[in-house]
Ligand binder design. Structure first.
Ligand SMILES: Cc1cc2nc3c(=O)[nH]c(=O)nc-3n(C[C@H](O)[C@H](O)[C@H](O)COP(=O)(O)OP(=O)(O)OC[C@H]3O[C@@H](n4cnc5c(N)ncnc54)[C@H](O)[C@@H]3O)c2cc1C
Length: 314
């Protein structure tokens, strides 16, 4: 048998994998893209290919995909793409984007139900138009509402756990489970949820005054533009804040603003942002992260932990 070196192993292994992948996506009505460059799906504009990237058409499609992926024993990864560093060899198995699950429904008692793929900016725009207050803290966070629950995304004004009433998840066996917020343990930039795909989130908001809500959002967006490098691709904050301190302050104090590896660059505007100045690879970003960690540890004794999620194959 011919044994060709491949990123998936031998040719025989590759053929078997392709068969499994095709079975996993059989009958999917949404978008199915083989060998999809994930740099097109991440805010960092970095990342190798997914074996297959799927945008399910609706919840039924999500359930089918989850069941079939499980049957084929393939791994499944869901992305919104704004807090990720995808390695240069990409992600094996099935990658899911909820880009087509974008409905927002209004329920009684100032509750909004947002499908998992709704972007936070869209959701805030909707809340403003309905004069609903409670999401202003999230102005400027670019992720999906589902990604924001999983990460318990937050700013100095608040965090996701303040707004979530319940979460709808497709479990790995294809069952749909609704979890009340009380049953979820939210911590700093993480939430403990059953394994699966978050397909919807109920948000508990309050009636407010539209012009007041708009003012808070506008002011906060302005302060973010002034302090964060929002015109270049990034994945937001790279490191978690150490206890009682800010990661940006620590990196800046270590004199690391403006250092770079290839096109990966520590922003001079905000030291906890690494930006992609053009053709940065994940390898460049990781080398820069290593440098920052080592120098911060040596100069200040602080061990910085990653906030962004590192995924895929090296
Ligand atoms: C310019 C910029 C500014 C930012 N500012 C902030 C900020 O102020 N505060 C903050 O907290 N974050 C910030 N972020 C980071 C990011 O927007 C948040 O972490 C957000 O919550 C990530 O959402 P996402 O949909 O992009 O998820 P991703 O980054 O793609 O994924 C994060 C994790 O959630 C999982 N996940 C995603 N979707 C689902 C789903 N449907 N079901 C199950 N798991 C899922 C992924 O598998 C991964 O483990 C910023 C990012 C950028 C680029």
């Amino acid at each position: 048998m011919k044994r060709t070196a491949h990123r998936h192993g031998t040719t025989a292994q590759y053929t078997r994998l392709q068969r499994k992948i095709r079975s996993a996506v059989a009958g999917i009505r949404g978008v199915v893209r083989f060998n999809a460059p994930l740099s097109e799906y991440t805010s960092f504009r970095i990342g190798g290919p997914a074996d297959v990237l799927v945008e399910p058409a609706d919840v039924e499609d999500v359930i089918r995909l989850v069941k079939q992926t499980n049957e084929q024993k393939l791994s499944l990864f869901v992305l919104g793409g704004t807090n990720l560093l995808v390695r240069d060899k990409g992600i094996r198995g099935v990658v899911v984007s909820l880009a087509k699950l974008r409905a927002i429904k209004e329920e009684s008692g100032s509750v909004l139900y947002a499908e998992g793929g709704v972007g936070m900016p869209t959701l805030i725009g909707h809340a403003i138009r309905r004069s609903l207050t409670g999401l202003e803290w999230a102005a400027g966070i670019p992720g999906t509402v589902a990604g924001c629950v999983v990460m318990n995304a937050g700013t100095r004004l608040g965090e996701m756990k303040d707004s979530v009433k319940a979460v709808r998840i497709v479990l790995t066996n294809g069952e749909v489970l609704d979890c009340l917020a009380e049953s979820i343990s939210f911590e700093y930039r993480r939430a403990s949820l059953p394994v699966g795909i978050v397909i919807g989130v109920w948000l508990q908001l309050r009636p407010g005054v539209r012009s007041d809500i708009e003012k808070v959002v506008k002011d906060y967006l302005r302060s973010r533009r002034e302090t964060q490098p929002l015109t270049l691709p990034s994945a937001g904050c790279v490191f978690k804040n150490p206890a009682n301190d800010s990661a940006g302050r620590v990196v800046e104090a270590a004199g690391l603003k403006g250092i770079s590896v290839g096109d990966a660059y520590v922003s001079t505007k905000h030291a906890n942002f690494i930006v992609n100045q053009g053709r940065a690879s994940a390898t460049d970003v990781l080398a820069l992260i290593k440098k920052i960690r080592a120098q911060v540890a040596r100069k200040t004794g602080v061990k910085l932990e990653l906030e962004l999620k590192l995924v895929g194959q090296a």
